[in-house]
Structures are given as structure tokens and as C-alpha cells.
Design a protein around this ligand. Sequence first.
Ligand SMILES: *Cc1c(COP(=O)(O)O)cnc(C)c1O
Length: 396
Amino acid sequence: MTLGQGQHYLAIPGPSVMPDRVLAAMHRAAPNIYEGAMTDAMPGIVADLKSIARTRHDVAIYIGNGHAAWEAALANTHAPGDLALVLATGRFAHGWAGMADAMQIDTRIIDHGTSTPVDPARLAEALAADPEHRIKSVLVVQADTSTSVLSDIAPLRAVLDAAGHPALLMVDCIASLACDRFEMDAWGVDLMVAGSQKGLMTPPGMAFVFFNDRARAAAPAHVSSYWDWRPRTAAKNLSQYFCGTAPTHHLFALREALDMIAEEGMEAVWTRHDTLARAIWAAAEGWRAGGALRLNVGDAAHRSRAVTTLHLPQPKATELRRWLEANAGVTLGIGLGFETDDDPDATGTFRIGHMGHVNAHMVMGVLGVVEAGLNALDIPHGAGALSAASEVISVV
Ligand SMILES: *Cc1c(COP(=O)(O)O)cnc(C)c1O
């Protein structure tokens, strides 16, 4: 017997839950890719993406995942030998740095560990030590999905401006877009990367690179015709937008998801994510009292509203994930970036994804079965976690 029958809930930090409306939108015959409705839909899709990113500048769309967005961003702004300064708060910043490295871009990493946000003072120091302006870009992840650390972006622009340093500010919002507040133009971000499968509620397979004129002007002498963002942002037909065949059914899905976000309204989307995240944190704090479960990020102001990273003494996190999958119809995210010699598989860490198409009953359901799992596995935990979570939800 299992209590896991019924609608399964993939509560991992991407790919996220896809709305029925998005799935249904894809269930149709292949469209004409040369002219007609899909070609005509592109300007609206571009405009809606830009409004979610809060930018009036450009967006290039690629068939690819977040890694493709990373490469596209670097390929259009850096030549081999350029220097990228990476402000790391988890595995994904190191991943972007590793990709730069493989593209023969020099990298310098300022490692902030795994539970504290980027420190603008450390950026200021690095810029002060670079009077020749060798640093071409500052790469930062708004919400690092491995640690769930959320960093403030606007202060980084202030530091760059105060130093009179021309480096581009490039932000990975793959986890955070449409979950945590992000204001590309108001915050002075030159380039931002995102993917389809997290806050945008669309299947994995589309990557977005938003960029302004400063980023455009950084173009290196050579960019491959596939990665080059210029034709993609001056496109008149689908094959120019995508350098080949368009991802037709992803576009049907994305169009529907963008409609859903517009209907709800960006502010409401952010507030929903904030409230649901606070419910999860309230439960986690309740379990912590008298127990061993603990949030990775102590300061609530620097926690992502898209994903929450939690620790349990090893190997209990893995046991809890397995129990939930077998008995409760819920899949939680694995620990990432917390591998140690004692715990090579990060079995003492797990993550709850709460990005995109998530509502109060889904979050309360996950929290309820996590508590059942803690009980079933004899993992000590404090009482009152679920009522603390429901209190957050009931005061909206
Ligand atoms: C998911 C994610 C990535 C990687 O995206 P893929 O689609 O798996 O390539 C990069 N950065 C962040 C912050 C992410 O959440």
C-alpha cells in the first residue's frame, strides 16, 4: 500500500510544475513556421518577456537550457583572455565560472560560501584593485538554486558606478525570474539570463538572454553565427529568431504561461511567492525547535522565494526524500553543493522547490507530508510547524 497515488507533485527547483493550461496549449498540430500565426506571435512574446524582466532593451531566445543562456551571454560579450569576476554564493555561480573558463575567458572567483549573500564591499575591493579595468564583467546569481541564497543586485551597480568601473553587470536569474522581485533596468543590470522551466512554468528547452546597449557594445571580434544575438534581436521571421527551426510547441506553451503571468500581475506573482516561501520558512523554524532540521540561510532577507535549502543530519535528508516519494506522491530536490568527504552525496541536505505554478494547498501539502515523514523516520523535530505555516497563509 502507498499513499502516493493521485496527482504527483514534483517539488524540486526546476523543472517546475507545468499548469494544465500550458500543457494543453502544446497539444495541437505543428504550425506553419514560414508565415502566419506563430510568426505574428513573436513580437508579443518578446514584449511580454521584457516586461517580466522589467527591461525596455533586448532579449535573444535560444533553444537550450540555462547552460545555453550562460554560454550565449558569454559568447556575445567576451573574447578569450577577457577577465570575468564571479561573485559566488553556491554551485551555480561556480558552474557559470567553469563555463567561462572552458571558453578561455579568465575568471576570478570571490567565494562567499554557501549561506551568505554577495557582499558589495568585497566587489568594491576587487574593483579598487583593478585600476586598469581588466575586469570585463561581474557575474552574479540572484538566487543560487543550490544554496537558496538570494543576493541584492542594485547595490552592486552602485559599487560599480562609485568606482567608475566599466565592467558589465551580468545576472543569472534562471531560478529567480518571476519568483523574486527583479528590476533589470532600474537596478542597472546590463545582462540577465533566464530559462523556461522554472518561474516561467514552461518545459525545459528555452533560454533567454536579456541585454542592454552596453552589453551589445561589448561584442567581441568573433561570435559564432549560432550564438550571435544580433540576428535574433532583429528577426523578421522564425528562422532568424532561432537560427533555424523554431521550438514550435515550446512557443505555444510559453505564450500561455506569459498570459497566465499577465493575468495574475507581476506584483501579485511576487507576493504569492513571498507568502508561500514565508510559510515554508515558518514551518522549518517550527521543526527546528527541539530538532535537527535547519534552514541553510539564517537571514530571511537573503532567502530565495523560489527554492529553500534545508539540512538534516546525514543521511536523513535522503531517507526523507525517498520516504516522501514512495509514500506521499511528493518529490523533493536533492542536496547540491554540500558534498563533503563525510557526506559525498550531500545526504544531509535537501531542497524544496516552490517556483512558478504553486499555490497554498500545494505548499501546505508538502509541509504536511514532510512532517509525516519526520515522524515516520523518527527524526526529532519541534511541534507547531504546520500551524505556524498556516498562520502565514491565513493573514494574506
Ligand atoms: C537551473 C539553474 C541553472 C542551470 O539551468 P539548466 O537549465 O539546468 O542548464 C543555472 N543557474 C541557476 C540559478 C539555476 O537555477
